[in-house]
Design a protein around this ligand. Structure first.
Ligand code: CU
Length: 227
């Protein structure tokens, strides 16, 4: 083999090894027909965009590192958090007063107790300033975290099946945001989005072995069910 050809061959091999087959999904998010408040502790600026494999499938495990929600000045920070199913969230009390965390939504049911006549739900009890309490979320869905001691406190945890999700923040002036979900293995996915008041129609997308799928999303009011 001539040196030049050998060099090209080595280079080709190098790139082949370097390439991990994955694409990315990105686009814009536009609020339509309404306006969301993007300031304050309970603003509606947060959007979660996520993918689920069509027909289901295996995903890499969630990160071992715990996610953290702070309780500071009687506010849950952040107000919205997305986690992969199986992830653990630490609730940290950074105030001097006691806090509590409880949730009565489907994704906060205590596993092992799912078929009980009266299932138990996440309740971490009261814990003092400087302490923390943890919960592992194993059921997909939306959970509203509340504090029994301070009714004004609330946070949303969105439990997603896959690790292919991202969070975006709506800009107050343009009422729009951009999102990118990187490193998605090729295949067919359902693209979904979560917002605490608005909704995005589901879409099916095909992620290529390499490259970007651009999908723009429109956040709109939830349709009321007709009787
Ligand atoms: Cu509290």
């Amino acid at each position: 083999m001539k040196p030049a050809i050998a060099f090209i061959a080595v280079l080709a091999l190098f790139f082949a090894v370097q390439t991990t087959w994955a694409g990315s999904v990105s686009g814009t998010i536009q609020v339509s027909g309404t306006k969301v408040k993007t300031t304050g502790a309970k603003s509606g600026k947060d959007v979660v965009v996520y993918l689920e494999k069509v027909g289901g499938g295996d995903y890499p495990p969630p990160p071992e590192e715990h996610a953290v929600i702070d309780q500071k000045n009687l506010v849950f920070v952040p107000h919205v958090m997305a986690v992969q199913k199986g992830a653990t969230v630490d609730f940290v009390n950074s105030d001097t007063t006691e806090h509590n965390v409880f949730c009565v939504d489907e994704c906060c049911k205590i596993v092992g107790d799912l078929n009980a006549r009266k299932p138990k739900f996440l309740d971490l009890g009261n814990f003092p300033g400087g302490a923390k309490a943890s919960h592992t979320f194993t059921i997909p869905g939306e959970g509203v975290m509340l504090c029994k001691l301070h009714p004004e406190m609330s946070a949303y945890i969105i439990v997603v099946e896959s690790p292919y999700f991202t969070m975006a923040e709506i800009d107050g002036d343009s009422q729009s945001a951009k999102y990118v979900i990187p490193k998605v293995p090729p295949g067919e996915y359902t693209l979904k989005a979560w917002h605490k008041k608005l909704t995005v129609p589901e879409q099916t997308i095909t992620v290529p072995e390499n490259g970007t799928v651009t999908t723009d999303l429109t956040l709109q009011k939830k349709q009321r069910r007709r009787r």
